[in-house]
Design a binder for this molecule. Sequence first.
Ligand code: GDP
Ligand code: MN
Length: 415
Amino acid sequence: MTIVIDRCFLFLHQTNNTMNVHEYQAKEILSSFGVRIQRGKVARSTKNALILAQELSEETGTSWFIVKAQIHAGGRGKGGGVKLAKGIDKVEEVVDSILGMDLVTPQTPPEGKRVHQVLIAEDVYYPGASEPEEYYMSVLLNRSTGRNMIMYSSEGGVDIETVAEETPHLIFNEHIDPAVGLMPFQARRVAFNLGLSGNAFKEMTRFVTALYSAYLQSDSSLFEINPVLKTSDDKILAVDAKVSLDDNALFRHKDFQELRDLREENPVEVEAKEVGLNYVSLDGNVGCMVNGAGLAMATMDLIKQAGGEPANFLDVGGTADAARVETAFRLILKDPNVKAILVNIFGGIVRCDRVAQGIIDAYKNMVDSIEVPIIVRLQGTNADIAKELIDNYGLDVYTAVLFQEAADKIQEALH
Ligand code: GDP
Ligand code: MN
């Protein structure tokens, strides 16, 4: 039971309750809390990029620039979305090659993501007294210990999954006691485990302290900085930044709300959010409409058991009236992979016969656009009346009262 709840929670948490921002926005947030970053400016046209590169050069003294595609996905370097311009005269060519491209990385859909803006940043890998070094660092909530955790590694710049597989002993965790916060000895331990000494050691303890405080104060649910860089003159800074903000805390950060880039989000999910439905798009073929998150999770299991794959997670909440049911049907049917729809409602506070009437009304309104079988399972208050209502209406809707009946009907519908 615990496992089921845990998974449900994690699923909801990761899919629906975070807001991702672009690297340049993430860096602005970090910087506002005193975390040192690789400085840069965001450009939306080549002409604009040239002006900004000139400004950046005057402010930082850099003559080499790194141009980075701004999309909500990592692995951009591998996909050709991060390129060095060795001189201001190279900026135009490099920006032209990235801006407007459909960037494909291991984290994007196969068709890639369109690049609408690029970050022009100072090159911080300049040669000097020593080699620049790349580290990995993230801050997140560890649900099994119930504590925030700083996860870090000397092996930065590569996928942390690869490090975890090949050299797990090079990944360290620092758990933070919520009552006392990050202790100075813990920040020093991070610097020590990364093999630092002298000024770089001090810089790293400052970096870790500022980073953790930024995580707390911004109400984030994930920070991932890969790489954290030690420059050849021993400065520690964030070269890349992934920040996921906690949706539920956004009301405390009005200024973060405008950071949302709807172009990066699933359009059906955006629409669902606007009408107050809890919808997450998935890869399967059976659409589902359920009241309550727990029942929705159980319903997805039921679909899998019947040999299908859920096409979505959709919690219609407490008020399953005709308008809401119709909106939900419309959202589900936007997904061309949907071969059947399972409606699974438990009538506790809401009466099943009212939901059934809602389904009938919605169905009548859109009978031409529904080409897939609908299986309705209603259980709870007035379930029998509800079943009768639907059966008597002569609609192309199968009703079931038991979970198993519903599963059998899905199986039939899919074959
Ligand atoms: P990601 O590929 O989406 O994770 O994007 P990153 O921001 O991590 O950049 C990818 C890689 O570009 C980094 O791992 C670095 O090796 C490289 N890179 C980033 N900034 C600079 C820079 O200022 N100079 C040079 N030479 N390389 C850089
Ligand atoms: Mn990176």
